[in-house]
Design a protein around this ligand. Structure first.
Ligand code: CMX
Ligand code: CO
Length: 153
């Protein structure tokens, strides 16, 4: 069951400048950052709020590390903006299977590694009314994690 908006993925040309915009304009700080080579992105997660399923909602700022990556190709075509919407679930495998049975293309056979050790998959935007849609199961929280159920930065 999808229980929250986990994050909104936002494509940008310059991650550092975009992070600074969100900090200076709204006061949002970077909660976590990493390079995900497989996805071809350098990313910063800005934690916006906790959610009543024990998780949280983030903005995921994405800078491509390769021009031929999904975000690199999308930026070249569209410029900066909202790239995808991600829903959180306790069981990405079950939800992806259910959604595949409904005839929506799920892009990965098995979920892959996403931000902060999560497991992620994507639904094809052409089957989702133009929205590239991600499904996310967060990594289980470590005992030392702060409230919100996510690994510390
Ligand atoms: N949102 C909406 N539509 C999109 C889109 C997006 N983000 N990306 C591509 N499309 C559309 C294109 O506009 C194009 O439409 P038209 O045929 O009408 O022009 C069509 O989909 C095909 O686009 P493309 O540029 O040829 O791109 P590909 O088919 O090579 O790839 C996709 C599209 C969705 C398969 C690819 O982007 C993908 O695998 N995405 C999942 C992985 C990903 O996005 N990783 C980065 C984020 C990582 C993270 O969140 O952690
Ligand atoms: Co994402």
């Amino acid at each position: 069951m999808l229980t929250r908006i986990d994050h909104i993925g936002i494509a940008c040309f310059d991650l550092d400048k975009t992070v600074e915009f969100y900090r200076a304009t709204y006061g949002f700080e970077v909660y976590h950052s990493e390079i995900n080579e497989e996805q071809g992105v350098r990313e910063a997660m800005l934690r916006i709020n906790g959610t009543d399923d024990g998780g949280a909602t983030y903005l995921q700022l994405l800078e491509p590390v390769r021009e031929d990556s999904p975000v690199g190709k999308w930026l070249a075509k569209n410029g900066e903006g909202v790239h995808h919407v991600a829903f959180g679930t306790a069981d990405v495998d079950a939800d992806a299977a259910d959604i595949r049975d409904k005839g929506v293309r799920v892009l990965y056979e098995e979920p892959r590694r996403g931000s902060m050790g999560s497991r992620i998959t994507f639904l094809h935007p052409k089957d989702c009314h133009g929205i590239l849609t991600e499904l996310v199961t967060s990594a289980p929280p470590a005992p030392s994690d702060p409230p919100g159920g996510h690994p510390a930065p």
